[in-house]
Design a protein around this ligand. Sequence first.
Ligand SMILES: [Zn+2]
Length: 130
Amino acid sequence: MTNDELFREAVKASERAYSKYSGFSVGAALLTDDEKLYTGCNIENSSYSLTNCAERTAVFKAVSDGCTKFRAIAVAGSGSGDFSKPCFPCGACLQVLSEFCGDEFTVVLSDGAYKLSDFLPMRFSEESMK
Ligand SMILES: [Zn+2]
């Protein structure tokens, strides 16, 4: 699957966003090492702090399905239907991704592909606790 195809899957996933409070819909498409696709959307809550991001929704779906090895994630977000502006993952999602993904893991946004290490060059990890 190409980065463009993965990004289109993220846009499609954003259509299922439960974003009644912000009106900002986000979709994520997570590609596993064995080419399975898991999508996620943001899921808001009237108690705002319980809102879950699209990226973490996709990761949690995959992990609960037994998949923990990932190649790339695409993220698309918009409040207007225009997905041309990059929607950067938040810190919480980057930390969750870093639990399963190394520095070279690809993050696809509307303006191109990045590496996880571009966003989170240093991070808390299993190694931090030793
Ligand atoms: Zn997030």
